[in-house]
Design a protein around this ligand. Structure first.
Ligand SMILES: Cc1cc2nc3c(=O)[nH]c(=O)nc-3n(C[C@H](O)[C@H](O)[C@H](O)COP(=O)(O)O)c2cc1C
Length: 223
């Protein structure tokens, strides 16, 4: 009996901790990122590739957390510097997560909070099937995770004028390459998509009005 209770406690403790975030909705703390070790950088550069022939199965919460950190996570609390650079520390990108099959995480739609290294829950709905239909890429319906990058072009234009859009696009490239390299190091498959009808994606997934979807990245296990 004591063993059973200890086991249950260990399982509960290993679950992502939940608590209210700054906006008042429930946020889910993610496992801390590994900030040292792992595969050598040159090896990940040599082996990076887009992958979409996913095996059935889940993505570990630890791996999802590491991928999100690699894309937009904070590296220094005092300066709020992130893993991917941003001109004048503007940070116009956000990362959203459609969760289908991630260990210790319910299905649904989430937003990554870089400062807290947490997810905030937006919806319990599983939007992968309609997203796959909209993209005409049916295999996406079975991807355990789909990441969606948005760009705040209004913010960039206010601070940088006409060049703002260019900076958002360049920063997206930095974040996506970080994610690819981290996925390679973890032996997780990922592929970046930019060919989609923005209007359809906005109709399907609700983003703040100033944010536009700029990239979609399904993630899954690979052989
Ligand atoms: C800016 C950009 C947009 C892309 N958009 C799509 C896309 O809409 N659909 C798709 O299947 N692949 C897309 N890709 C993935 C490329 O097709 C893929 O990276 C290419 O085949 C090269 O393979 P590699 O990444 O393994 O080197 C995109 C890649 C980039 C860099």
């Amino acid at each position: 009996m004591i063993g059973l209770l200890a086991g249950l406690f260990a399982i509960m403790a290993s679950y992502a901790a939940a608590g209210p975030d700054r906006e008042g909705s429930t946020s889910i703390s993610l496992p801390s990122p590994e900030t040292s070790g792992g595969m050598p950088l040159a090896w990940t550069l040599q082996n990076r590739q887009a992958a979409k022939d996913f095996l059935p199965g889940s993505i570990k919460l630890q791996h999802l957390a590491q991928l999100l950190w690699a894309a937009q996570g904070e590296t220094d609390r005092s300066s709020a510097r992130r893993t991917a650079p941003s001109f004048n520390n503007l940070y116009p990108l956000s990362v959203y997560v459609l969760v289908g099959d991630v260990t210790q995480l319910s299905q649904g739609f989430y937003k990554y909070l870089p400062k807290e290294h947490a997810l905030t829950h937006i919806s319990l709905d599983d939007w992968r099937e309609p997203l796959a239909r909209s993209l005409r890429e049916q295999w996406i319906a079975d991807a355990p995770v789909v990441l969606i990058f948005t760009g705040n072009y209004d913010l960039a234009a206010r601070r940088l004028g006409k060049s703002g859009a260019r900076y958002v696009d360049i920063e997206l490239g930095h974040a996506v390459q970080n994610l690819y390299l981290q996925a390679t190091a973890l032996h997780v498959g990922a592929i970046f998509f930019a060919t989609f009808d923005n209007k359809k994606i906005i109709e399907l997934l609700t983003f703040p009005s100033q944010e536009l979807p700029v990239g979609i990245m399904p993630v899954g296990p690979i052989p």
